[in-house]
Design a protein around this ligand. Structure first.
Ligand code: XIL
Length: 361
């Protein structure tokens, strides 16, 4: 599947298509990779960590874990390290998924990027409908953060302290329960609590759309400047790279990257996926779009490898195989946005990543 499509490539494509309709979250559909297939591993070509978002259910598939171990040296929990799955009640925690993922990473010498301590989309209902006063609310949030950070101290290298705090249209703070209960300066206090919990932890702000929403980009940059002026601890920014074959343009991406880099922070190109079915017209894998996808991945990885090495935190794929992607459910249409196809074979986009790394050496 490198550049020209052979008959066997077409057959593989048809087989891949049959797996696409599977539940994106089940992760247990058929995969029959060729264990002898030889392709270069991203982690050995890159000077920075290369990560993938996975779920604990994926760990029971040897076919998957073989590829994950071969290619990546960092993992992020796609779901199980968010507040909702962990915080089942006040002072009550479910560690099963998170523990399984952190254990797996440790056993295989991979780093873990924690995602995410606070996110308005995964607030547990007990917290959303908190009965106590504002002070007690903040104590509960702090206790949650302290407990989670302490549990994985030394095993999780970095956490997204908060995810997606600003809106797209005006770059204003989202009016989440955290903002309502803790006030406009709540993000600074979350970062302070995280640093207090573990002084060695790398602390990230993570968000999408900083490329295409100028108001949001400006708001985040204002927050970073304010943090740096006031001495609020922050180590890096995660730019969620939910991209498409037709946008955002590379210039918008590099402008945003430069804004982070000039503030001396680490850069995480987090949550990378590149949609090819933006118009919804594709019912099957399309080679032409797939080659554009490859070029998009290549230009992105090249841009990342041009920033100072000490600021390259990681690039993280938001899923392993195309049928695993959250985007199929999110847009309710077929999609092929990742680096591996349904049969766990590397796609052209994988070789785009490889080529950018090789050319950066
Ligand atoms: C998504 C996961 O991929 C899904 O499996 C889950 O059901 C919902 O969350 N931005 C983020 C990620 O920061 O945490 C989201 O992940 C995708 C959008």
């Amino acid at each position: 599947m490198r550049s020209s499509l052979s008959l066997s490539g077409i057959l593989l494509g048809l087989l891949a298509l049959s797996a696409v309709g599977c539940d994106a979250d089940s992760g247990m559909d058929e995969v029959t990779p060729d264990p002898n297939r030889d392709y270069p591993a991203l982690k050995t070509l890159a000077v920075h960590p290369v990560g993938v978002a996975i779920q604990a259910v994926h760990l029971s598939s040897t076919e998957r874990t073989t590829v994950i171990k071969k290619v990546f040296n960092s993992i992020t929990a796609e779901w199980e390290m968010k507040m909702n799955p962990i915080s089942v009640g006040p002072g009550s925690y479910n560690w099963s998924g998170a523990d399984a993922l952190v254990d797996f990473a440790e056993e295989n010498g991979m780093q873990v990027h924690g995602h995410t301590l606070v996110w308005h989309q995964t607030t547990p209902s007990w917290m959303e409908n908190f009965g106590g006063d504002d002070e007690a609310f903040e104590e509960a949030v702090k206790e949650y953060m302290m407990t989670v950070i302490a549990r994985y101290k030394g095993r999780v290298v970095s956490w997204d302290v908060i995810n997606e705090a600003f809106d797209d249209e005006r770059g204003e703070l989202r009016n989440s329960v955290f903002r309502q209960r803790m006030g406009d300066d709540y993000i600074a206090r979350l970062f302070r609590y995280a640093r207090e919990a573990d002084p060695d932890l790398l602390l990230f702000y993570n968000d999408y759309g900083l490329t295409w929403s100028l108001p949001k980009r400006r708001a985040v940059m204002r927050m970073l400047d304010d943090f740096q002026e006031r001495g609020i601890p922050i180590d890096g920014v995660g730019l969620q790279m939910h991209m498409a074959w037709d946008g955002p343009p590379l210039e918008e991406i590099t402008e945003t990257i430069d804004e982070v880099v000039k503030r001396g922070l680490k850069l995480h190109l987090s949550e990378l996926d590149v949609r090819i079915n933006t118009d919804g017209n594709l019912q099957s894998w399309n080679e032409e779009r797939g080659n554009i996808q490859k070029e998009r991945v290549k230009e992105l990885v090249a841009a990342f490898n041009r920033i100072p090495e000490e600021q390259r935190f990681a690039i993280t794929l938001w899923g392993l195989r195309d049928p695993d992607t959250w985007l199929i459910d999110f847009y309710d249409r077929p999609e092929w946005p990742l680096l591996f196809d349904a049969r766990l074979l590397p796609k052209p986009a994988y070789y785009g990543f490889v080529e950018a790394l090789q050319e950066a050496q």
